[in-house]
Write a protein that binds this ligand. Structure first.
Ligand code: DAH
Length: 367
C-alpha cells in the first residue's frame, strides 16, 4: 500500500520545483491526469472490500483534492510571476524621439525683425507702429518734402483714389513709401526723449530683379536734449548694430554724405565686402584684395524743420534717425539670392530659408 503522506510530499516537492506553467502541467498530468499516480490509486478503490474502501475512499479523495488545490495555487503564483516578468521587459521607452511632424517655419523677414528687436532692445529702444495707408502730410510734407519738391519724385508713390471727405493736398491718401512717416506720428504723440524703432511694409511702384512693389523697412529715431544725441552717437550706434546683426566683429563701416530732406547732415552707410570665387563675402578684405563697399541704409541728424512740424523745439532738442530695407539686409545675412522669392509663398523656399519657431534670437548676441 502506497504511503499517502509520502506521495503527497513527493507531489508537493514537484509542484514547488516547477519553474513555469509547462513544468507544472507535467506534474499535474503525472499526479491527477488519467494515468497519474493519484488517479491510479483512485482506481484501486473498486477492487477493495467495502470496509477498506470506507476508510481509504475519503483519504484518497482528500489527497486528490489537496493535490489539485496545491497545483491551482502554484499555477496562480506562476501566472503572476510571468506577468511581472513581462511587465518588467515590455517597457515603453519614453525617451525615444517623437515621429517627425511637418511644421511651419518663421519667414526670414520675421526672423530679421526679431533679431533687430533683440539688438535694439538691448540698447534701450522701444518698438513703435504706424499705418500702411498714410496721408501726404505724414509721408512727405512733415518730413520736409515741400509740395512740388522734386524729392517727392524719387519715390514712385501709389496714391489712393481721391476721398471726397479729404480736404486739400495734405490729406491725400497714399501707401506709405517709407517708414519715416512713423517718426512723425511718434513725435506727435510722445514727448522727448524719444528712443524708438519701427518696422513696417512700404510701397513703391517698382518691379524688377531688385525691387518689389511692397517691401519692408526699419526706421530708428532717437531724440534728446541738444548735446545728448550727436552724430557721434549715430555712428557708434550704427557700427555696433551692423556688426551685431551680421555677426562680424570687424565689419568695416563707412559713412558717405548724402541727401534726404528730413535730415541734415544726411549720410548713407556702407558696409565692406570682398569678392570670393563667384560670390561675395561681407567683411574686411584680406591682404592684397580690393575692399569693396555696398550701401545698407540711410541716416542723418533729424532736420530742425521736422522737429518743428511735430512741435518739438529744435533749439532744445536734436537727434538722429535712420532707415533700412529689411529684404536686402536679410538677403545679405542669409545668402538669399533673389528678392522676389520672399513673396512667392513657396513652401519649399520657406522650408529651406525659414527658421524653426524655437530658434529665437537671443538679446545678448542678437543671433
Ligand atoms: N526713408 C528713407 C528711404 O526710404 C531712408 C532713410 C534715410 C530714413 C535717412 C531715415 C534717414 O530715417 O534718416 O529711402
Amino acid at each position: 500500500m502506497t504511503d499517502l503522506n509520502t506521495l503527497k510530499k513527493d507531489i508537493a516537492n514537484q509542484v514547488a520545483a516547477a519553474n513555469d506553467l509547462q513544468e507544472l502541467d507535467a506534474v499535474r498530468v503525472a499526479a491527477i491526469g488519467k494515468k497519474g499516480s493519484v488517479s491510479a490509486l483512485m482506481k484501486t478503490l473498486g477492487k477493495m472490500d467495502p470496509e477498506e474502501r470506507k476508510t481509504q475512499g475519503p483519504l484518497l479523495n482528500a489527497l486528490k483534492n489537496e493535490v489539485a488545490a496545491l497545483i491551482d495555487e502554484a499555477e496562480d503564483a506562476l501566472k503572476a510571476k510571468e506577468l511581472e516578468q513581462r511587465l518588467a521587459q515590455e517597457t515603453v521607452d519614453i525617451s525615444l524621439d517623437t515621429r517627425p511632424q511637418a511644421m511651419g517655419t518663421i519667414h526670414p523677414i520675421s526672423q530679421t525683425m526679431d533679431e533687430l528687436v533683440s539688438i535694439f532692445g538691448a540698447m534701450g529702444f522701444s518698438v513703435a507702429e504706424g499705418p500702411d495707408i498714410e496721408d501726404d502730410w505724414h509721408n512727405f510734407t512733415a518730413l520736409n518734402f515741400p509740395p512740388g519738391h522734386p524729392a517727392r519724385e524719387m519715390q514712385d508713390t501709389f496714391f489712393l483714389p481721391d476721398d471726397e471727405r479729404a480736404q486739400g493736398e495734405h490729406a491725400k491718401k497714399l501707401l506709405r513709401t517709407h517708414t519715416s512717416s512713423v517718426q512723425i506720428r511718434h513725435m506727435q504723440e510722445n514727448s522727448a526723449p524719444i528712443k524708438t524703432i519701427c518696422f513696417g511694409r512700404t510701397y513703391r511702384s517698382d518691379w524688377d530683379m531688385t525691387h518689389t512693389p511692397m517691401f519692408h523697412q526699419m526706421e530708428c529715431l532717437y531724440i534728446d536734449e541738444i548735446g545728448k544725441v550727436t552724430m557721434a552717437h549715430l555712428k557708434g550706434c550704427l557700427q555696433d548694430f551692423v556688426r551685431a546683426f551680421f555677426k562680424i566683429d570687424d565689419l568695416p563701416v563707412r559713412f558717405r554724405p548724402s541727401f534726404f530732406p528730413f535730415v541734415e547732415p544726411g549720410a548713407e552707410v556702407d558696409i565692406g565686402y570682398y569678392k570670393q570665387g563667384e560670390g561675395i563675402k561681407l567683411g574686411k578684405a584680406p591682404e592684397g584684395q580690393e575692399q569693396k563697399w555696398m550701401e545698407i541704409l540711410g541716416s542723418g541728424m533729424v532736420h530742425p524743420n521736422v522737429l518743428k512740424n511735430c512741435d518739438i523745439d529744435p533749439e532744445k532738442y536734436q537727434g538722429f534717425a535712420f532707415g533700412m530695407g529689411l529684404e536686402r539686409a536679410t538677403m545679405l545675412k542669409y545668402g538669399i539670392p533673389d528678392l522676389r522669392t520672399f513673396f512667392d509663398s513657396d513652401v519649399r523656399w520657406l522650408a529651406h530659408y525659414g527658421f524653426t519657431p524655437l530658434d529665437r534670437p537671443n538679446s545678448a548676441t542678437g543671433s
